[in-house]
Every structure is written in C-alpha cells, then in structure tokens.
Design a protein around this ligand. Structure first.
Ligand code: G1P
Length: 311
C-alpha cells in the first residue's frame, strides 16, 4: 500500500509558565534536553514517519524557534502560522486549516514519545496515542467499551477511565477535523477557558467516525524542570555518542557534548548534556542541562538547568 502524505501540525505557541525563568526568552519546545531542543527530538520522530511538510503554530517568543527551524531543517517544507491569543489547543490547530490538506499528524510541542510515532500512522485510521496514568484529571481522557473509543473528555473532575491522551493524534482527513473544530468553536464550548482539541474528537465520534487508540509504553511530558532533568537522564543513558573534545576534563558518563561546544578543565557527569555553542571552563557539573549558548566559568552545580540568561 502506498503511504499517504501526512502533514505534521506542531503547536508550539504556549508560554510554559511552569518552566520560568527558563522560558523567559524562548518557547517551551526550545528548551534543551540531551543536547537538543525538545522540538528536535519531536522532528526526528516526525521525519522517521517519512513526513516532509510541517506546520508550526507559533506565538510566544516565536523568533528563537523560527530561527532554529530555518537553520536546521532547510530540507523540510515548513509553514509558521501565528496564534496571537492563547485561546487553547483546539483554536491553535484550527488555525492550520488553510495550510493543511489531506491526512495530518498532530504532535504537541512538549511531547516526546518514548518510542516511535510510526505505529500511530501505520493504523491507516484516525488514531490517538494513549497511556494508562494514575491521575487522569489533568489530561484528555478516553472512554473505551470493548476496546472501542466511545467518548472523550478534557480534564474531567470524575474521569470515566485512566486512559489519557498523551498529545499525538493522526487524522486521515484533516477537513473533517477542521469541521469538527469549527463546531466546537461556534458552540462556544470551552474547558478551563480554552477551546479544546479533545472536544473536537468527541464531535467526530458523534458523527460516526472511528478513532482507534494506540497505547504507548511511556512518554516525556516536558512541563517541569524535574521532568526535563529526568528526561535528560533517561535519554543520555541511551545515547551511545561519546563525549567529543573536552580539553583537560574528566567526563563521567553518561554525558553528551554537542559538536562545537567548548569544555575545558571541567568535571562533568554523570548526566550532563551540553548543547551547541556552550562554553564551559573550570566547571564541576552533575545532573545538569547546559543549554545552547551558555557561557560558564568556575561554576559548581548539580540537578539544575544552566542557560545563557539565568546562571
Ligand atoms: C493537552 C491536551 C490534553 C492532553 C495533554 C497531554 O493538555 O489538551 O488532552 O491529555 O495535552 O499532555 P495540556 O497539557 O496542554 O493542558
């Protein structure tokens, strides 16, 4: 069977309030983890699906993201659509309407799936990634009957199941999705004051569309410093890449030093990732994310993020 040409829609307009001050100068998706911004991890998975067209819904601090994408992803066909008011995920996705035709894959800009996105589109159906979680009240929740999805609800007080939407969705016909979003928007329905994508999924069900669940093992919901550091540790464990040039330094793995980063007379590790353009001299760091462009000298730090503004 010929593979359909999916367009990816990646909403990255959000402010990332829980990650301040690190998000004071960039959107959440530009925060580094294991040597690269979150968005680079997501795009690797999107590209592994053979997708070449990506629509970003941008807003807060969009310039750093746009510059990063234009520099590193010249081979992709990218479009930036601006969401100038924080009206919610449903509204953000609706803004992609003019730019997207045919099948689409939506991945939220703070969602790194532990594994692959391929099984989601391999279904050749409308599909959503789900996972059983302990407390589903802060998620979109999926209701199943005999293995079939019969309901969706955003952040319910009394969830009907423990199966959460984790932020990856595939639709065979984006026009149907935009039409459902239009219905939600014109009905005035909001949850927590925002227009919700989950409510459009519920509309699609009432129109008789089948949406299948694709259960994933795990994902990294990079919304807090703790989770970012944990994700950094897990991803570093998996990287086989050896540290590159680290003059007179002691590197205790697992660590990652991006090509072009400068590390001199340091003791790094375990669990230190150093992104592009960083310069470290005489530093002792353990369990630290060193973000792109950070310059630090004579610094001792553990279990934290260093960036060019806040160290
Ligand atoms: C969004 C979605 C929600 C989903 C969650 C996954 O919520 O609205 O359905 O479960 O992402 O992280 P948010 O985290 O933006 O509040």
């Amino acid at each position: 069977m010929e593979q359909k040409e999916y367009t990816a829609i990646i909403p990255v307009a959000g402010k990332g309030v829980r990650l301040l001050p690190y998000t004071a100068h960039c959107p959440k998706t530009m925060l580094d983890v294991a040597g690269e911004p979150i968005i680079a991890h997501i795009l690797r998975q999107v590209e592994a699906c053979g997708i070449k067209k990506v629509v970003f819904i941008v807003g807060y601090q969009k310039e750093s993201l746009i510059e990063f994408i234009r520099t590193h992803y010249k081979h992709l066909d990218v479009t930036f659509v601006e969401q100038d008011e924080p009206k919610g995920l449903g509204h953000a996705i609706y803004l992609a309407k003019q730019a997207v035709k045919g099948p689409c894959l939506i991945v939220l800009g703070d969602t790194i799936i532990d594994g692959e996105l391929k099984p989601l589109i391999a279904q050749d159906k409308n599909a959503v990634c789900v996972k059983h979680v302990e407390d589903p009240r802060r998620f979109g929740v999926v209701e199943l009957q005999e293995g079939r999805i019969v309901g969706f609800e955003e952040k319910p007080e009394q969830p009907k199941s423990n199966l959460a939407l984790i932020g990856a969705y595939a639709f065979l016909d984006s026009a149907e999705l935009f039409c459902a979003l239009e219905e939600v928007i014109s009905s005035g329905k909001t949850v927590k004051n925002e227009i919700q994508l989950t409510d459009a999924l519920a509309v699609l069900l009432t129109r008789g569309l089948e949406i299948v669940p694709v259960e994933i093992k795990n994902w990294f919901d990079c919304g807090t410093v703790e989770i970012l550091l944990e994700t950094n540790r897990i991803l570093l464990e998996r990287l086989s890449a050896a540290a590159s040039v680290a003059l007179g330094s002691q590197i205790i793995g697992p660590c990652y030093i991006a090509p072009g980063a400068v590390v001199e007379n340091c003791v790094l590790g375990p669990y230190v990732s150093v992104s592009e353009g960083a310069v470290l001299k005489n530093c002792t760091l353990k369990d630290v994310i060193v973000s792109r462009g950070t310059h630090a000298e004579n610094k001792t730090a553990a279990h934290t993020i260093l960036d060019k503004y806040s160290h």
